[in-house]
Design a protein around this ligand. Structure first.
Ligand code: GLN
Length: 494
């Protein structure tokens, strides 16, 4: 069997079992088979990938190529700036934008030796949970093409699940790495706020946005994260100190680990029975492996969703003000400058982005600022305190990642609230700035993947991945299913 994980490919490459060109060809062959249905990519850079792979092979042959990701094809969510490669953030307003620079995470990924396959689809400006808000058409879930891959990093998740990349970077503001990882049967990690530089990540909500990995295994996620994290003078919010190695506690198992099960996350009543059953089964398995299961409480968490939908839109309304028809992308002419700006924005932004900008502008307007934005910030403080208290009694917290498995395309597009609740369990970690990871633990009755979330305190990536790896081993989940060429794609669209 050809390698399908980042580390599997890296080992095979170093051992001389495959070449980087073969890895690139494997990815491109798979893309030629599935992309027409899955549509994970907005830009698939076949020529660039093959050329970079040939160079990687040459470097290796002449004794170079020491980076941990040397010669491995990795996909990037299309909200990360890539020099000379179109970067759209899934929006019409940025169509045709070719950044003159690479995002810091991209610079570091390349420095670690990785090859960029291309840019993956996303909900416009990362606003959404299904990738249906992309201006360039939806991505479909490789496990079942009638269903969404989740979002907003749905293209990155679908690319890895479908075998058109060995791993991918996504971004997570309220769940956009973990929820698509959950829906596509992958590992997806959001690091501690500030761990990965946001320089060159097209901003959605700056106090929440983080870049992180989507991969087949926990080990891959830790390696990919450590390749891109660390202080960056170009991002004043990047964490200035040394970060612990994400793989520092792998292989240590669960013996003695205190695992908190959160009993009062809002939205627990919406959890599908199969998701609930798998979650409980895994908690029991962890206990058998030596974990100490404790009850944990985050009393303010049921307000997290409301607070998020004030804070994130408020920040996005400020961040998206720069798309004015003057500096970037789309310009629609008008009689006056104001008319040009307003026409450019009206044509360039899709309905969800407009909704967020309106909500955010309203929440920040004079007279309402304290009642809405101020109140939401207070809730954020309470949630941070709740977490601090909870972590006095446990090392990690666990919950389902998403209340449901992958839903059918179109199911939630008419009702924004039904889409927003996709992230009830993931948002609290963003508000607190804490790391969290989703690990696949099984399939529901429709054979759709179920994800298990492990949360940890700030800079707790080592213990988070330690627990996640143990969960992965207990689940024994085969993340390869839709990747396996023998599997074929299911669903109505061909
Ligand atoms: N689904 C959430 C939203 O629409 C989270 C998005 C994200 O994490 N980028 O805002």
């Amino acid at each position: 069997m050809a390698p399908f994980t980042v580390m599997g490919a890296a080992r095979a490459l170093r051992g001389g079992a495959v070449t980087s060109v073969q890895l690139a060809e494997q990815v491109l062959k798979r893309a030629s088979m599935v992309e027409a249905q899955v549509h994970a990519y907005l830009t698939l850079d076949s020529d660039g990938l093959l050329q970079a792979a040939a160079e990687a092979d040459e470097a290796l042959a002449s004794g170079g190529g020491r980076g941990p990701l040397h010669g491995i094809p990795i996909a990037l969510k299309d909200n990360m700036a890539t020099r000379g490669m179109e970067t759209t953030a899934g929006s019409k307003i940025l169509a045709g934008y070719h950044p003159p620079y690479d995002a810091t995470a991209v610079v570091r990924l390349r420095r670690a030796g990785a090859l960029v396959t291309g840019k993956t689809n996303l909900d416009e400006f990362a606003m959404g949970s299904s990738t249906e808000n992309s201006a360039f058409g939806p991505t479909r879930n490789p496990w079942n093409t009638d269903r969404v891959p989740g979002g907003s990093s749905g293209g990155s998740a679908a690319a890895v699940a479908a075998g058109t990349a060995f791993g991918a970077l996504g971004s997570d503001t309220g769940g956009s790495i973990r929820q698509p990882a959950s829906l596509c049967g992958l590992v997806g990690a959001k690091p501690t706020y500030g761990a990965v530089s946001r320089y060159g990540l097209i901003a959605f909500a700056s106090s929440l946005d983080q870049i992180g990995p989507l991969t087949h295994t926990v080990e891959d996620a830790a390696v990919l994260l450590d390749a891109v994290n660390g202080p960056d003078p170009l991002d004043a919010t990047s964490y200035p100190g040394d970060l612990p190695r994400s793989d520092g506690r792998l292989g240590r198992g669960l013996e003695g680990m205190r695992v908190g099960v959160v009993s009062d996350l809002g939205g627990l009543e919406a959890v599908e029975p199969d998701v609930d059953a798998s979650f409980r089964k895994m908690v029991a398995a962890m206990e058998r492996e030596g974990a100490r299961i404790v009850d944990a409480s985050l009393p303010a968490a049921p307000h997290a969703l409301s607070a998020y939908y004030l804070i994130a839109p408020a920040e996005c309304s400020a961040n998206l003000a720069r798309f004015d028809g003057v500096r970037y992308g789309l310009r629609v002419d008008g009689a006056t400058t104001e008319e040009m700006m307003s026409r450019s924005r009206a044509e360039g932004f899709g309905p969800e982005v407009v909704r967020r900008v309106l909500m955010g502008t309203f929440a920040l307007s004079a007279g309402y600022h304290e009642a809405f934005y101020g109140q939401a910030q207070k809730v954020r403080t309470l949630i941070r305190r709740d977490f601090a208290r909870a972590y006095e009694g446990c090392d990690v917290l666990v919950s389902p990642t998403s209340p449901t498995t992958a839903f059918p395309l179109g199911d939630r597009t008419e009702d924004p609230m039904s889409m927003y609740v996709s992230d009830v369990f993931t948002i609290p970690s963003n508000l607190a700035g804490h790391p969290a990871v989703s690990v696949p633990i099984g399939l529901d009755r429709r054979e759709l993947p179920i994800g298990f979330q492990v949360m940890a305190p700030a800079l707790g990536e080592p213990v988070m991945f330690q627990a996640a790896e143990a969960v992965e081993a207990l689940a024994g989940f085969d993340t390869r299913a839709p990747y396996d060429p023998g599997f074929g794609l299911r669903g109505g669209v061909r």
